[in-house]
Design a protein around this ligand. Structure first.
Ligand SMILES: [Cu+2]
Length: 292
């Protein structure tokens, strides 16, 4: 069943993905999804078998009189069976988990795109790089601010390598639809992973590591487009256009040039007023924000 992803997806569809958020939008996510559905099916098979045994015993060996049944101490074949079977089940689950995990963590020698993820309190910068490692150069960049959600445009069907670094504390890069997150560390550590997107669309991204006061506001948006449109976007950025102008250049005009899956939050970052509802420090900027 693991080999036939389609039937697993059909099965998952029928039963609401058995608690998973969905099939995901990357090749790696699909493999994790298949592992999850197959594991649930295995668990259900074991479950129904055990429930069947329980009910069979309840009925077959129900009390029929005052005479005590045979008081057998143990049954060697049964003891062996219910020791070996769970070990086998765990071994099979472990085997497929290791296979999928290795696949998800796999780094290719020549990724098609390299994106440096720079996290900081409390926003994101995404640098499109001309190679791998800290020595490579940034050819284009997008960054979020208090007013604008950072947008990360990426192509479908290409191997995209992420290299993560933080300017201050530990953050975590997470797009729920990728079914994957990875911590972003400060210092010399560059956490790396790769994905291949296979579904165009716009998806919200979040920080998944409590990093401070405005952690919950640390959102970004992943925009997955065709490779042709991605090339146009990158070209526009390299020509010095803003992210919103470059978005317009690939057809996302007007409001669509900005994030559509999330919005900037009012962080009320005025001096001395950050946690006092309405009691805002004096000053024109503070007054303008009060009550919003
Ligand atoms: Cu964070």
């Amino acid at each position: 069943m693991l080999l036939s992803g389609c039937s697993l997806e059909g099965f998952g569809d029928t039963f609401g993905h058995f608690g998973w958020p969905g099939k995901g939008i990357t090749l790696q996510a699909h493999r994790m999804y298949d592992l999850w559905i197959a594991s649930v099916i295995a668990a259900l098979v074991v479950g129904f078998f055990v429930w069947g045994l329980i009910f069979w015993c309840v009925i077959r060996y129900r009390k029929r009189g005052d005479e005590l049944p045979v008081q057998t101490r143990f049954n060697m074949p049964m003891e062996v069976l219910y020791t070996v079977t769970p070990v086998l089940i765990v071994a099979v689950l472990f085997y497929y988990t290791a296979i999928v995990q290795t696949d998800v963590d796999k780094l290719s020698k020549n990724p098609d795109q390299v994106v440096e993820v720079v996290a900081f309190k409390w926003n994101w910068q995404f640098n499109y790089r001309d190679g791998m490692g800290a020595e490579a150069n940034t050819v284009a960049s997008t960054v979020g601010s208090s007013d604008v959600i950072p947008i990360l445009v990426l192509p479908t069907g290409e191997k995209i390598r992420f290299e993560e670094t933080s300017r201050d504390v530990i953050h975590s890069f997470w797009v729920p639809e990728i079914l994957f997150k990875r911590d972003v560390f400060p210092g010399d550590v560059r956490n790396t992973f790769e994905i291949t997107l296979d579904k165009e669309g716009r998806y919200v991204g979040r920080c998944a590591e409590l990093c401070g006061t405005y952690h919950a506001f640390m959102n970004f948006e992943l925009v997955a487009v065709s490779p042709e449109r991605f090339d146009q976007f990158l070209q526009a950025k390299q020509n010095g256009q803003t992210t919103q102008q470059a978005m317009a250049a690939i057809g996302f005009t007007g409001d669509k040039a900005y994030a559509t899956t999330t919005q900037p939050f009012n962080t009320r970052r005025q001096k001395n007023s950050w946690n006092q509802n309405g009691a805002v420090a004096s000053g024109a900027g503070a007054a303008a924000t009060a009550g919003k």
